[in-house]
Design a protein around this ligand. Structure first.
Ligand SMILES: C[S@@+](CC[C@H](N)C(=O)[O-])C[C@H]1O[C@@H](n2cnc3c(N)ncnc32)[C@H](O)[C@@H]1O
Length: 255
């Protein structure tokens, strides 16, 4: 299984589901990080523009890179609807090989666990090397790891979400299974969205996998890539990280 797989099939449901889960709870934080930055900002794994669009509304210029054509198609529709084409550019690409010259950005952001889509050391180190390359000297790299993934309970075929109206206006339920591979630090979700009723039921199945390093392990990988960690944050208000924190944010600079 590869970490970039599953997102094309998820795209139709992503914004609908995330409105009920992560919502906008990290947006004000990333907006504060972006506010002092002059010039374009790079977002790794921009998806449907959940972070890029509100930042652009606040005045930032954001370049988003994502591998999933379907996630990008949703994002581009939202950018057009918000009339933000001059401030948001969404590009199809892999975060391991960033299509930008050296020293392009003063800020690179990796919100909402995008680095956890890199399922082995080789992919993570290639990505961090390239992030370091596209940052200007003194530039900032900000990332969030989704903290609750390694502790997620394992279960099989459980209905974890149900609503009278899903993204297509019909009843919907999400049937989910979760596996933990403790040795490889990988959490795998198998999801099936079931929409409609009676004979008009449609089903969409896909899997997503994530690899979670601890904060100290990620700090070590950032330093190996040539970045200097400046802050470890344990909430979206800027409070310090500790082992009990349920938010894991790391800010690092290119020295
Ligand atoms: C959790 S979503 C985050 C989307 C968005 N940043 C947000 O906060 O809502 C992860 C996104 O990363 C993308 N992705 C995963 N692996 C990738 C890779 N190797 N290169 C580019 N994009 C990738 C997926 O296609 C998906 O859109």
């Amino acid at each position: 299984m590869k970490g970039h797989e599953g997102w094309d099939q998820y795209a139709d449901y992503y914004d609908w589901e995330n409105r009920q889960t992560v919502g906008r709870r990290d947006i004000a934080f990333w907006s504060r990080v972006a506010a002092p930055v002059r010039g374009p900002i790079l977002e790794l794994g921009c998806g449907t523009g959940r972070v890029a669009i509100p930042l652009a509304r606040d005045g930032a210029r954001v370049v988003g890179v994502d591998r999933s054509a379907s996630m990008l198609a949703c994002g581009r529709r939202r950018v057009r609807r918000a009339r933000l084409q001059s401030r948001v550019k969404l590009i199809c690409g892999d975060i391991r090989h960033l299509p930008f010259p050296d020293g392009t950005f003063r800020l690179v952001m990796a919100p909402y666990g995008i680095l956890q889509s890199l399922l082995d050391e080789r992919l993570l180190s290639a990505t961090l090397r390239d992030v370091c390359r596209v940052l200007k000297r003194g530039g900032l790299f900000g990332l969030e790891l989704v903290a609750d993934l390694p502790a997620w309970e394992e279960y099989s075929n459980r209905t974890t979400l149900r609503a009278a109206r899903g993204p297509h206006g019909t009843p919907i339920r999400l049937i989910e299974s979760v596996w933990q591979d403790r040795r490889r630090h990988i959490t795998r979700f198998e999801q099936e969205f079931v929409e409609g009723r009676g004979t008009a039921v449609t089903r969409r199945m896909f899997s997503l996998a994530f690899r979670t390093l601890s904060v100290p392990q990620m700090v070590n990988r950032l330093e190996k890539a040539g970045l200097e960690v400046s802050s470890l944050l344990g909430d979206y208000q800027g409070g310090p990280w500790d082992l009990r924190a349920d938010v894991w944010i790391i800010l690092a600079r290119k020295g």
